[in-house]
Ligand binder design. Structure first.
Ligand code: ASP
Length: 319
């Protein structure tokens, strides 16, 4: 049987256990499992890696538990500005949108743009207009807002006023997926609201091909989460692919080096750079390193066993 594989993340951060109720943690794990099920269904029914990562990310965008789509972070002006991208490792085709304000599922807009082919990257109102023209659902801003994000913005503003440092989980989060399909093709997709209280118009790494999202057949697919500015500076997705291609490292060694050595070196001069990612190689090996206390994540083994985790504990789930 040909190897198929899938891994997802729902963002990294400190994730203190007492920051959510036991029910909310269980619901978030359930939504990770639903995302895995959606992506896995594509792969087992002969769908492409691109279709699988899109399907998995859509489920997490629709969940209020993750910082993408419904439940996205609010910027300093109290608006949601959404970033997303998708990349097909078979062709190196890609699509990305940034600072979109109304696209219900930004990853679908990124996919539509990739399929359209006239541009790789659209931003702001042009991205929203493109999505509407492509027949995608466009929503009012309050569709994306949850009580938790309103409180997070108030907390961040209070930290800023008091000159204190917010915890990572008040700031960050993103969702993403990487997949290997039965034809041997890799794909990656990432979607985010950025971080709470971000400057208006700020674009993170998630829509930047090579930084937060990268896929290349025969090498790897990567989707990242964490301080986007550092993922852009270190060109994280492409850096992992380059280490595998040129240094002949395995995916785990390459991914862990970038998270625990390169990004940690930046931490020494700039303060902790919270970072995590999922990476998948052409043989279906998964790596999911993070340097924070936790990362929402999940993966399916080539035999079809599915696992989700937020901290150390790993839960097997039925798809
Ligand atoms: N990487 C995202 C960004 O910087 C945020 C995150 O993953 O926490 O926009």
């Amino acid at each position: 049987m040909t190897t198929i594989a899938l891994a997802i993340h729902g963002g990294c951060g400190v994730l203190p256990l007492d920051s959510m109720s036991a029910e909310d943690w269980a619901e978030a794990r359930q939504d990770l499992a639903r995302a895995l099920a959606a992506g896995w269904a594509e792969l087992t029914e002969g769908g492409s890696a691109v279709a699988a990562v899109e399907a998995a990310v859509v489920v997490m965008e629709d969940s209020p538990h993750f910082n993408a789509g419904h439940g996205a972070a609010l910027n300093e002006d109290g608006f949601h500005e959404l970033d997303a991208s998708i990349m097909d490792g078979a062709t190196l085709e890609a699509g990305a949108v940034s600072a979109a304000r109304g696209i219900r599922n930004p990853v679908r807009a990124a996919r539509a743009l990739m399929d359209d082919g006239r541009a790789v990257f659209l931003t702001g109102g042009a991205a929203d207009d493109f999505a509407a023209g492509a027949g995608l659902e466009v929503m009012p801003q309050d569709y994306f807002t949850t009580q938790k994000r309103v409180e997070a913005l108030a907390a961040m503003k209070a930290h800023a006023a008091a000159g204190t440092e917010a915890t990572e989980n008040e700031k960050h989060g993103t969702v993403g997926a990487v997949a290997l399909d039965g034809a041997g093709h890799l794909a990656a997709a990432t979607s985010t609201g950025g971080y709470t209280n971000k400057p208006a118009g700020r674009v993170g790494d998630s829509p930047v091909i090579g930084a937060g999202t990268y896929a290349r057949d025969g090498v790897c697919a990567v989707s990242g989460t964490g301080k986007g500015e550092f993922f852009i500076r270190h060109v994280v997705g492409h850096e992992i692919a380059a280490r595998i291609a040129y240094l002949k490292e395995d995916v785990r060694t390459a991914a862990e080096h970038v998270v625990h050595v390169d990004l940690s070196a930046s931490s020494q001069t700039t303060g902790i750079v919270g970072a995590g990612l999922v990476a998948l190689d052409a043989s279906g090996q998964v790596s999911a390193p993070f340097n924070t206390a936790g990362m929402f994540r999940g993966w399916v083994t080539p035999e079809g066993r599915a696992f989700v985790a937020t901290h150390e504990d790993i839960h097997e789930v039925q798809l």
